[in-house]
Design a protein around this ligand. Structure first.
Ligand code: GLU
Length: 473
């Protein structure tokens, strides 16, 4: 806990990290205040009639920064959400987009309810009503504010959002670009569902590939063989665990709210998920040790800990017991500012959320581009590229007199599908952004932690936008 012994709110934690980074800038105070605060907070209640009867629910949409439009960010469905949380998450979206060069401002929305307690037609009614409240105040639109899934919502809900928006805007040709994370059949892009988890994998791969940094942590180079614990088996945690496992990492621990399982020899992610589906609990997975108190899993032996559940999981209370050498933040805000100080003193590398989980919004950006262009990625050039490669292979065969086999030919002479383009765009984005942050860290005599470097990167880019807009000198 901080010196004042006061527990900081989530938004205060984000702002404390922001303030730490501003010490390394020369921007005027007014400009920094403009970047830090939420530009607009819409808090509202709305009535719904569900199978439970009449109810009044509370909703929010926070637009944190208008330095670029549209603003972008998910909609959280949770019965514990409050305004401070939505503001913190909206702010993180601004910094996240800036870090990975996605040209959006940040936003976040929420509905205070637990979708698990409602039928799917109730969730549809609630989603459509929430959307119409956003439309009423111009808090949604392809060039204004573009929501996406977040904790508690998914592709199904985004299809309802898109359909409601289209119904209120007949003939609007870009209507589908009003929301991302839609099902592929409803204007979504291939690869969006697994994008956050895949982005975490690309980010970790890049970080662990640097032998100098790994040596400083007492680790060998590369992701292969690294022992990993993942907290949260939702969309983000599951995909992060799965891609890391496929990339050679050893998943030694998996934690959910009912408990955790640990096996130093490794767990098969899909088998654990299947076991949980069949038995209703992650516990009692064959060959693994049960950890009844889920939070204890964070303190088990491993090289990399991926908190991919909710915010404020690593606190000043459990940080001293954490054994991981790398914390890879899959969730938004999983480490409190106080806990981070404890970790940094122990020379732990913390790869911050605003960089590491930016894969979701990156692929959302690709989906938005697809919706605005009204054409699937690869549709125009796939066959052309395929024939170009084919002509090169023929020329090589002619000059060497050696024919390629069918399997060699189909592997080399292949035009890209949408998924290939999305994944390569994602890998390029995550790799470049990591190196930008690392360069900032190094150019400050290596005294910055990665989060401060990421904030510095974001603040400088946003400040440049404001200066270019002529709003600040
Ligand atoms: N909710 C996700 C996040 O926190 C995705 C946001 C988006 O795609 O707009 O990054």
């Amino acid at each position: 806990m901080s010196a004042s012994n006061k527990k900081l709110s989530f938004f205060e934690n984000v702002n404390r990290n922001f303030d730490r980074a501003t010490a390394f800038t020369t921007h005027p105070k007014g400009l920094l205040e403009q970047i830090k605060g939420c530009n607009s907070v819409y808090s509202f209640q709305f009535p719904v009639r569900t199978s439970k009867g009449f109810e009044t629910l509370h909703g929010w949409r926070v637009e944190h920064s208008y330095h670029k439009l549209p603003v972008k960010g998910g909609i959280r469905y949770s019965d514990t959400v409050d305004e401070d949380e939505v503001k913190a998450l909206a702010a993180l979206m601004t910094y996240k987009c800036a870090v990975v060069d996605v040209p959006f401002g940040g936003a976040k929305g929420a509905i205070k309810f637990d979708p698990k307690n409602y039928s799917s037609s109730d969730v549809e009614i609630i989603t459509r009503r929430y959307t119409s409240e956003l439309i009423r105040k111009n808090y949604i639109g392809p060039g204004v504010d573009v929501p996406a899934p977040d904790y508690g919502s998914g592709a199904r809900e985004m299809a309802w959002v898109a359909d409601t928006y289209a119904a209120f805007n007949p003939g609007k040709i870009d209507a589908l670009a009003c929301v991302t994370g839609k099902p592929v059949a409803e204007g979504g892009v291939r690869g969006r569902n697994e994008a956050t988890g895949r982005g975490i994998y690309y980010g970790l791969k890049e970080a662990t590939d640097n032998s100098e940094d790994m040596k400083a942590l007492g680790l060998s180079r590369g992701l292969s063989g690294k022992r990993i614990i993942v907290q949260g088996l939702g969309n983000v945690g599951y995909h992060a665990a799965k891609f890391c496992q496929e990339g050679g990492g050893v998943i030694v621990g998996l934690a959910e709210y009912e408990g955790a399982v640990y096996n130093s020899k490794g767990l098969d992610v899909d088998a654990v998920v299947q076991h949980r589906k069949e038995t209703g609990s992650i516990l009692k997975f064959p060959g693994a040790t049960d950890i009844e108190i889920s939070a204890k899993a964070l303190e088990m032996e491993c090289d990399i800990l991926i908190p991919a559940a909710l915010e404020e999981q690593i606190t000043s209370v459990n940080a001293p017991g954490i054994k991981a050498r790398i914390i890879a933040e899959g969730a938004n805000g999983p480490t409190t500012a106080d806990a981070e100080q404890v970790l940094l003193q122990k020379n732990v590398m913390v790869i911050p959320d605003m960089y590491l989980n930016a894969g979701g919004v990156t692929v959302s950006y690709f989906e938005w581009l697809k919706n605005l262009s009204h054409v699937r990625f690869g549709r125009m050039d796939k066959r052309f590229e395929q024939s170009a490669f084919d002509r090169i292979l023929h020329a090589v065969e002619d000059s060497t007199g050696k024919p390629f086999s069918d399997s060699e030919r189909s592997k080399i002479a292949k035009g890209p599908d949408e998924i290939d383009i999305v994944n390569s765009g994602l890998e390029e984005t995550m790799t470049n952004a990591y190196n930008q942050i690392r360069d900032i860290q190094k150019s400050n005599n290596g005294i910055l932690d990665l989060r401060t470097a990421a904030f510095l990167s974001a603040i400088n880019k946003i400040a440049t936008s404001y200066i270019e807009l002529g709003i600040f000198p």
